[in-house]
Design a protein around this ligand. Sequence first.
Ligand code: NAD
Length: 475
Amino acid sequence: MHNYKMLIDGAQVAGEQGQFDVINPATGVAFAQCPAGSLGQLDQAVDAAQQAFKSWRHSSHPDRCERLLAIAADIEQEADSLARLIVLEQGKPLELAFSEVMGAAAWTRYAAAQEIAVELVEETTQRVELHRKPLGVVASITPWNWPFMIAVWHIMPALRAGNCVISKPSSLTPLSTLRLAQIIARHVPQGVINCVTGEQGFGSAITSHPGIQKIVFTGSTATGQSVMRGAASNLKRLTLELGGNDAAIVLPGTSVEAVAEEIFQAAFLNMGQTCAALKRLYIHESQYQAFADALTHIAARQVVGDGLEAGVTFGPVQNLEQLELVEALVADARANGARVLCGGARLDKPGFFYPPTLVADVTDGHRLVDEEQFGPVLPLIAYRDVGDVLRRANAGDMGLGGSVWGPDTEQAQALASRLESGVAWVNCHAQIQPNTPFGGSKMSGFGVEFGLEGLLEFTGQQLLFVRKRADEQGV
Ligand code: NAD
């Protein structure tokens, strides 16, 4: 069984607390060992990052840009083996894992090309400039759904802005991030990137560590709250990308044929384990049956199996705990009179397989609608009144994304703009791209990733206020 290593101060090191198993969700069996780092090793990583920051913060923009481009090239070069590793630890079909890696390379290139300009606020008898400076040591804490991509989303802008990084992947999917750190380390000075892994308690030690200036965290809302508490100790800057329970509203007259496939993919992308997946589908009662039929038809076409097998379009749930949550939500819906149109039971074989599941005759107040399922099940909810459905879509604490689908773009846009969410999509859902800021509202978090706004989250401001001498004033 392959033993992976952490990366601390440019060296590959074993964990002082031994190692732990990494399980392949398609078999339920361990296929690799991951180092269990000690809190002392976390301190070493932070020390190394602090040392490296002294010179890395002064590296030039063209220099950092060139290094990130070289990293992107290496990611692409190793895309096949990285994608296979992602399938083994995460479960998604190989083609999707390959897109994750290639998307990560594209995001890295985008970060490389970004500019951080000095803003001239005023030029009169005084010159006032707004400068952006790196923060210091940034910790990245990532979840298990898109392990490689989300690590890249955190690490690349942090480095581009001149920070040093401690990366802490989910202990369920740590391996592709350890490989990513090794790739990055080829192209940056020792200590600029560090990657540590550990079990229970390791994440919280990071959040309260006094040597870290910022945390970029993607994960559940409950853990995000804990991160915020820990970060208060030294007022760490935070970007919190947390849970979502995105509603989609399908307006009357929408072409079922035109949008059903896209709606299905938005809900079941990565077996539904995507933060901004479509998680509650509100369909006007006039088209409820037509949509239910179309979506059931698409679900039936999915080939469920090991993501490494040819032809598989639908992999396992990543871990047993998540699978059990999905089962509990479906059981609760059934107990409340819901109809399971397809799926609805785990497959009778090893691994964590649960087929795409559509649940009809379910409504607000049921756990499946009110809670984030983060798995391969979609509730179909009928509505009659457009004003009322908006209220229902906005109910609840989450506010990551939401969408409105309809034949009249203006009408759909007007409704979408009233969604209480960080992103509102019209006739699409879960569209994200490197140049558009993405982030949640309400308890889905704060701060954004991507675009200039995302990059600036890895900087602090310094206002430079220069009173000119009389002879410099030109008056
Ligand atoms: P999680 O919160 O359980 O874990 C996320 C990370 O936090 C892991 O690395 C974990 O080891 C670490 N962690 C656990 N306890 C910690 C603590 N006390 N302090 C610091 N770190 C700690 O989330 P998950 O189950 O891995 O991911 C699923 C959740 O992530 C879902 O709610 C999903 O919606 C959310 N998510 C959000 C986005 C987004 O962009 N908004 C993207 C992907 C996933």
